[in-house]
Design a protein around this ligand. Structure first.
Ligand code: 5GP
Length: 141
């Protein structure tokens, strides 16, 4: 299968354009980090490039580098903000690979020893997500 075209109207493109709200954690020239509204654990954050690309298959290598550098900042902040024992980084590609939103993104999820991740697709409490986003943002160096 060839990688389909990027869709400018995907939800993360709308968030980048400010057409949809998001709980921002961090932003620089190349990347944007914001809270997942269906968190698998407290502090679940998403990192996206500002350039349009669907996923790992069509992203340019520079953008991949920028995204992983920001993911590292978020991961380090997550360890501190949530007194985490570890961080899970997830990234899905195309339908068959489990991808739902087709703008390249990396999940950064704080984890605690012996605590399983929650199920996907369950809407979180917005006040809690906002508060967790602020906690995370406060620890980003
Ligand atoms: P994936 O494509 O990596 O499988 O999943 C997309 C992720 O985006 C999911 O974790 C889902 O909870 C999250 N998500 C879907 N729609 C929105 C949205 O409108 N805002 C935010 N912040 N996250 C979303």
């Amino acid at each position: 299968m060839t990688t389909p075209e990027y869709d400018n109207d995907n939800i993360f493109a709308k968030i980048l354009r400010g057409e949809m709200p998001s709980f921002k954690v961090y932003e620089d020239d190349h990347t944007y980090a914001f809270m997942d509204i269906m968190p698998r654990a407290p502090g679940h954050c998403l990192v996206i490039p500002k350039v349009p690309c669907r996923n790992l298959l069509d992203a340019d290598t520079e953008s991949l580098g920028h995204v992983i550098a920001t993911a590292q900042k978020i991961a380090r902040a997550g360890m501190k903000a949530f007194d985490a024992d570890g961080i899970t980084v997830q990234q899905f590609n195309e339908d068959a690979g489990g991808q739902i939103v087709f703008h390249y993104h990396v999940h950064v999820i704080p984890r605690h020893e012996g605590v399983k991740m929650g199920p996907p697709g369950v809407m979180g409490d917005m006040d809690e997500i906002k508060a967790n986003g602020e906690k995370l943002a406060a620890e980003v160096l």
